[in-house]
Design a protein around this ligand. Structure first.
Ligand code: MN
Length: 199
């Protein structure tokens, strides 16, 4: 059994004008497809099976570059597509009060997340994670690493992901990463984020 490229839960042009169709198509059908194929090849080389994606992340051999980069690339993009939506959504009351407890307000959380995304040097990701003690924390990670991997970022369980690789925004936003981050807040799927937080 191998991992497969998940279908997007919306069409490539559904997130316009925030995320453009051409970027979405290349990002999904080329970049994510590439990570998927190379992750499967790395799993085969390491004689690992693909029954537990989360377990593969938490037990990641950080010295296995092919597995780390492509496994992270596979997992991170799966999370990312799911936490976007063309429809307006609302976060659950429980998640909202948890965010308010940890950050003071939802706006403060968005500001901290946006800052983590904007200041990540080079390629990487921004995350909102639920820690084991139930609290929330924002961090960013380099390349295709994620906070499930040993010793990476703030730890905890990622509930919101943002890709800040140039391939995620350059066609439409060029060097204006802050504009891309701003646009992201218009298309976050808070239903999915709320379910991840509760789950
Ligand atoms: Mn990407």
């Amino acid at each position: 059994m191998a991992f497969t490229l998940p279908q997007l839960p919306y069409s490539y042009d559904a997130l316009e004008p925030h995320f453009d169709a051409r970027t979405m198509e290349i990002h999904h059908s080329k970049h994510h497809a590439g990570y998927t194929a190379k992750f499967n090849a790395a799993l085969e080389s390491a004689s690992l099976d693909s029954s537990d994606l989360t377990g593969l992340m938490t037990l990641m051999d950080m010295n296995n570059a092919a597995l780390r980069n492509n496994g992270g690339g596979y997992y991170n993009h799966c999370l990312f597509w799911e936490n976007l939506s063309p429809q307006a959504t609302e976060m659950s009351a429980d998640l909202a009060s948890c965010i308010e407890r940890c950050f003071g307000s939802v706006d403060n959380m968005k500001e901290a997340f946006s800052k983590a995304a904007a200041t990540r040097f080079g390629s990487g990701w921004a995350w909102l994670c639920r820690k084991d003690d139930g609290s929330l924390e924002v961090c960013s990670t380099a390349n295709q690493d994620n906070p499930l991997m040993p010793g990476i970022g703030c730890g905890g369980r990622p509930i919101l992901a943002l890709d800040v690789w140039e391939h995620a925004y350059y066609l439409h936003y060029q060097n204006r990463r802050p504009d891309y981050i701003n646009a992201f807040w218009s298309i976050v799927n808070w239903d999915v984020v709320s379910k991840r937080w509760a789950g």
